[in-house]
Design a protein around this ligand. Structure first.
Ligand code: IVH
Length: 678
């Protein structure tokens, strides 16, 4: 075939249409119909034709998405109509009030239906199309005049450069069309971008909104092109022909032109609006982008227009905001906590501020590196986030709001509690107080020892532990087992019953498993999982105490740092003394008393009968032990009995077992079985 010029030109047009359509499938619908390879082929062919015929290049060609020049400043754009804002409501009552107000202005509102959409926390953009070709786009600015960010907008792949996008569409193209939408970045892309920026040693963004506005307002479109911005549209500001009657119809039209359109819910009345709000709020975290509320819009466009506006806010729509999760407040000071392992953790002392119905006065600052990286200074206005159950944390400083009085924070060189020098481990971000006699560590260690995941001493928590330490009754966990009733009765808030309960809970904890005791020791890096592995492998504290670095490292999941921390811990004379104290008070689990893992209970479903006296257990203890491993203990031997455990001087139960042919275990055999070898 002879390729003549007009053939080539129609091929070029065809390629542009195809590429635009595949962009739409990929960036708007998330549903590509060709492979990346095929797409690249089409794109390369278009580039080649345009190189041969530069006179054919137009600004709406897909190759021109990153074609703009670096600007000195943004030109101004006059909006065709004022770009209005929205008034806010924070409660259902406030929405109800809005409704009553507009019903008073126009009785027809009472019967009105609504559209509810997520309120995307991005940046308004106003997009101009002439005969279906994207001409220019602007930011909102003051609502009358915005900034021309056309070159930057072209880099957003979800933005159609030509409409209608679909080659199959029969929709009439309006001569002039102005569309409003929101430019934003998805949460995933935001995190990824910040990770990349951090890797390159560049300044990170505070939140997605900030990122969208910073990226769209770059003077160099090539920078914008590297930012994963995207777009959703929700309004037609101007159309010269056949304008939609309802908002519902409007969204459909946008969709049919090929615009990415915000999700929406049709609501026949206010009750349904509230339901839609609840649903969107519940899905807040799965939307993929930050939404700070919903927008409620009267569906009937002419009715909405008749209602007019109050200043910049139209009456026919309202933003129903979600409880805030991010607020700014002043960082008054930085405090330092000393944790159980001596780790020093900085926290923010804030000018109190409400976030989602809770007054926040403190927030975590993660670690000292974080403070340095984010250049957080005392006196800064900082952004705080509190979402769900997460402890409030500082996102970063708002640099623009500095007044010069802010103080750079220096991490302490000594422990704020015991004043001993602090240490830094190679390769770790944390600073540690290594003085194990530090009072802060004693309290934290005790708190950890009694906690639910460790020795689970019910009724003894941080307050009691502090009370014991302050009164000088306890300086390590072993001392708990020496507490006497008369000591407790001297303490504030202790009466007879409480003292008895506390002492009983402490005494009961002597029966806890080896796993729990290992957790309770509070060795750096040894949590529930590692403790379970250690207990399973070493079977007794005596064996663990003399484990070598190599032995420890050979256990899967235990790295060199944790292995070293374990060896160091057991080597410290102080800890050795502590262990001896535990042994003396009887907190020394018998060999193999490992916390059973789920599905790993060796006595699961088995019924035991015990007779005679055992060497290593009292009756109560052996019952607990068997039960912990999934078994059951009954009083008398029957055909349902699986094993009879026999100690010294057994009774008639042994005889009965023999007659019924039930397996008889001595203590040694029983312990073997408990270890899973039986
Ligand atoms: S409608 C008159 N719908 O929220 C029409 N706005 O606080 C007013 N926004 O400036 C806008 N998502 O930037 C509308 N689904 C949505 C929206 C939305 C986000 C932004 C928009 C507006 C701001 C008002």
């Amino acid at each position: 075939m002879v390729v003549n010029k007009s053939n080539l030109y129609s091929r070029l047009q065809d390629l542009r249409k195809q590429i635009q359509y595949h962009n739409y499938r990929y960036y708007v619908l998330n549903d590509p119909v060709i492979s990346d390879y095929e797409y690249d082929q089409l794109y390369a062919e278009l580039v080649k034709i345009e190189q041969e015929h530069p006179e054919w290049v137009t600004p709406d060609s897909p190759t021109q998405r990153v074609g703009g020049l670096v600007a000195e400043k943004f030109e101004k754009v006059q909006h065709p109509l004022p770009i209005l804002s929205l008034s806010n409501a924070f409660t259902k009552d406030e929405v109800q009030d809005w409704f009553e107000r507009i019903v008073k202005l126009n009785e027809r509102v009472r019967e009105a239906d609504f559209i509810v959409e997520p309120k995307i926390d991005g940046l308004t953009v106003v997009l101009h199309y002439q005969d279906g070709v994207f001409q220019k786009g602007a930011t909102r600015g003051d609502g009358i005049v915005g900034e021309d960010v056309t070159a930057n907008l072209r880099t957003i792949k979800a933005l159609p450069l030509n409409i209608p996008v679909s080659p199959l569409s029969t929709l009439k193209v309006p001569k002039s069309l102005v569309v409003r939408g929101e430019v934003f970045i998805t949460l995933k892309d935001f995190e990824e971008l910040n990770r990349l920026l951090e890797e390159m040693g560049e300044k990170t963004y505070l939140n997605p909104r900030n990122t969208a506005s910073g990226s769209l307002r770059q003077l160099d479109p090539r920078v914008t092109a590297t930012r994963p911005l995207t777009l959703l549209t929700y309004d037609i500001v101007y159309i010269d022909d056949n304008s939609p009657k309802t908002h519902c119809e409007l969204l459909e039209r946008l969709h049919d032109f090929g615009f990415p359109v915000v999700e929406s819910r049709y609501c026949a009345n206010l009750r349904e609006v509230f339901k839609a709000y609840d649903e969107f709020l519940e899905r807040r975290d799965v939307l993929g982008y930050e939404a700070d509320g919903v927008v409620i819009k009267i569906n009937d466009i002419s009715l909405a227009q008749q209602l007019g506006a109050v200043g910049k806010d139209p009456r026919g729509a309202i933003a129903f905001k979600y409880p805030a999760r991010e607020v700014s407040t002043q960082l008054l000071n930085i405090g330092v906590n000393v944790g159980r392992t001596g780790v020093l953790t900085p926290y923010a002392i804030l000018s109190p501020v409400e976030i989602g119905g809770v007054i926040v006065k403190q927030a975590t600052l993660h670690n000292f590196d974080f403070i340095a990286q984010k250049d957080i200074r005392i006196g800064d206005i900082v952004l705080i986030k509190r979402a769900g159950d997460v402890i409030p944390y500082v996102i970063g400083p708002i640099i623009e709001r500095r007044d010069g009085d802010e103080q750079v924070f220096e991490p302490p060189s000594t422990c704020p509690v015991c004043n001993q020098p602090v240490e830094h481990l190679e390769g770790e971000v944390a600073w540690y107080c290594v003085n194990s006699a530090c009072p802060a560590q004693i309290v934290r260690n005790l708190e950890h020892f009694v906690s639910r995941s460790a020795m689970d001493i019910v009724g003894v928590g941080i307050n009691l532990v502090e009370q014991f330490v302050q009164a000088g009754l306890v300086s390590d966990a072993a001392d708990l087992y020496h507490l006497k009733k008369e000591d407790l009765l001297k303490l504030e808030g202790f009466a007879d019953k409480k003292a008895d309960n506390v002492l009983r809970a402490i005494a009961n904890s002597k029966k806890q498993s080896l796993t729990r005791l290992i957790i309770g020791l509070g060795i750096r890096g040894v949590g529930e999982v590692v403790a379970a592995d250690l207990a399973k492998r070493f079977k007794s504290l005596d064996a663990l105490m003399s484990a070598s670095l190599d032995e420890l490292q050979s256990i899967e999941g235990i790295g060199p740092n944790t292995a070293q921390a374990i060896v160091d811990w057991f080597r410290q004379p102080r800890n050795r003394e502590f262990l001896e104290k535990l042994r003396k008070v009887g907190v020394w689990p018998i060999e193999g008393d490992v916390e059973p893992e789920e599905g790993e209970q060796v006595f699961a479903g088995k019924t035991f009968v015990v007779t005679g006296s055992l060497q290593r257990f009292t009756r109560e203890e052996v019952k607990n032990f068997i039960e912990k491993l999934g078994g059951k203990v009954t009083e008398s031997v029957s055909r349902k009995t699986d094993y009879v455990l026999v100690g010294e001087n057994p009774g008639s139960k042994l005889e009965k077992a023999r007659t019924l042919n039930i397996p008889i275990l001595d203590e040694a055999k029983f312990l073997e079985m408990a270890k899973g070898k039986g």
